[in-house]
Design a binder for this molecule. Structure first.
Ligand code: HEM
Length: 401
């Protein structure tokens, strides 16, 4: 049996450490990937580490679903605010901020209305592609792809929020006040800023990681191009409808596989709000404990993805039947094996919009350009503590014809 510290009866084992105060902080900051892997192997799921002056618990593949399912007990916002105190910014504007209201608004007014937005999104994406990549008759190397993608991705979001038939109208119509004063405008600004904040950084990061995944894997190019060409030819002069986007099954599986491979090592602490919580394996966590989700453990679990879990195989998300029918598990579907968008009642309500935007933009890029890495090899992302960010290396764009 490995040496362990037990904090109190039935608590997750606290992994031993050498230096008081520092605990596991140094190892976590410099090599979270191996630290968490070794701890999980030795101490099981969940286990606790002493980092940043606190005992924090790491939930792996078996425990994450229980955390996400019990969103009344495990609060994402309390945890998030501890590591990234964005509430300090929003508090100035929104006195009565309600996360459930924002989530409902995103679901009802954005994700459920994709058919209204598709054409506008597409127009903005095409303008962005033209502006930032343009004519690549000769191969062009683009550095700083992540920044460029943030600019391309943010314009359609701004359009949806501030354009015609928009979110701004919705807020104004829902408001109970008849007086447009500073308080009202501050609140409106806070709500809109909050959505832009939730949507742009996440979508642009995972979208850029997907472009790197595409550029480094030539074996996927033909099949993805053929699917995009077919859908383009069948569409109304290249003007995609939501039905056209839904037909992009191979692209959807590619995006899902890329998201799986981009799963952060550990992220999103959820804080225990009740007096304590006992998981189905009998392990108990106390009130105020931060539970980090060890996402990589789940995304690469052999239990869900078999022996090939480490391989990049978009087709794993498709099932072919003997009658020729193919069914795929969409990138927006959250379940035990795919929790990139969280899960349970508080699963990301913007995922339909995000996947739609990523697919449309990739569709346009694949049709127009050959995209490859400078080295011709797979370029892995960079590790930032326990998350992944796109590499700084360049990508080569060249017109297809
Ligand atoms: C690839 C892009 C995105 C990823 C990976 C992502 C991921 C997540 C995750 C992991 C959560 C926490 C879920 C939980 O605690 O169970 C979340 C929550 C949320 N996301 Fe996203 N998200 C993305 C894009 C977006 C977009 C485009 C929007 C808005 C248009 C959005 C709006 C929100 C909101 C409002 C919440 C809070 C939900 C609640 O409190 O119930 N997200 N997202």
């Amino acid at each position: 049996m490995p040496e362990i510290f037990l904090l109190s009866k039935n608590e997750p084992p606290l992994v031993p450490y050498k230096f008081p105060i520092i605990g596991h902080t140094y190892n976590f900051l410099h090599d979270a990937e191996n630290l968490l892997k070794e701890c999980k192997e030795k101490y099981g799921d969940p286990f606790s580490l002493y980092i940043f002056g606190n005992v924090v618990t790491f939930a792996g593949a078996d425990i994450i679903p229980e955390v996400l399912k019990n969103s009344d007990v495990f609060d994402f916002y309390t945890g998030l605010n501890k590591i990234f105190p964005i509430h300090v910014v929003f508090k100035q504007f929104m006195k009565n901020y309600s996360s459930t209201y924002t989530a409902r608004m995103v679901q009802e007014q954005i994700s459920n209305k994709l058919n209204i937005y598709t054409s506008r999104l597409q127009k903005e994406l095409l303008l962005g592609i033209e502006k930032f990549f343009g004519n690549c008759k000769e191969p062009k190397i683009f550095k700083n792809i992540h920044y460029t993608m943030s600019l391309i991705i943010s314009k359609p979001v701004a359009n949806v929020i501030l354009g015609e038939e928009d979110i701004l109208d919705f807020y104004i119509s829902e408001s109970e006040t008849h007086v447009v004063d500073d308080k009202y405008l501050d609140n409106l600004f806070g709500e809109l800023y909050n959505i832009v904040f939730a949507s742009v950084s996440t979508t642009s990061r995972f979208f850029t990681l997907a472009i790197f995944d595409y550029a480094g894997r030539p074996e996927l190019w033909n099949e993805l191009y053929e699917e995009q060409l077919k859908i383009h030819n069948e569409s109304n002069g290249g003007n995609l409808s939501i039905e056209d986007v839904n037909k992009m099954v191979k692209l959807d599986c590619f995006v899902k596989e890329s998201l799986r491979h981009s799963a952060d090592i550990a992220i999103i602490p959820h804080t225990v709000m009740s007096d304590s919580f006992t998981f189905s394996n009998g392990i108990t966590v106390p009130k105020d404990r931060d539970i980090y989700l060890y996402m990589k453990d789940s995304a690469f679990s052999n239990k869900f993805f078999g022996e090939t879990s480490n391989e990049f195989q978009p087709k794993r998300h498709m099932t072919s039947f003997s009658n020729g029918k193919i069914v795929h598990s969409p990138a927006t579907k959250v379940d035990k094996s795919f929790m990139m968008f969280g899960g349970g009642k508080r699963a990301c309500p913007g995922r339909f919009f995000a996947i739609n935007e990523i697919k449309m933009c990739l569709h346009k890029l694949i049709l127009r350009y050959n995209i490859r890495t400078e080295s011709g090899k797979i370029v892995p992302p960079k590790i930032k503590t326990s998350t992944y960010v796109p590499s700084d290396s360049g990508l080569i764009f060249e017109n297809r014809n």
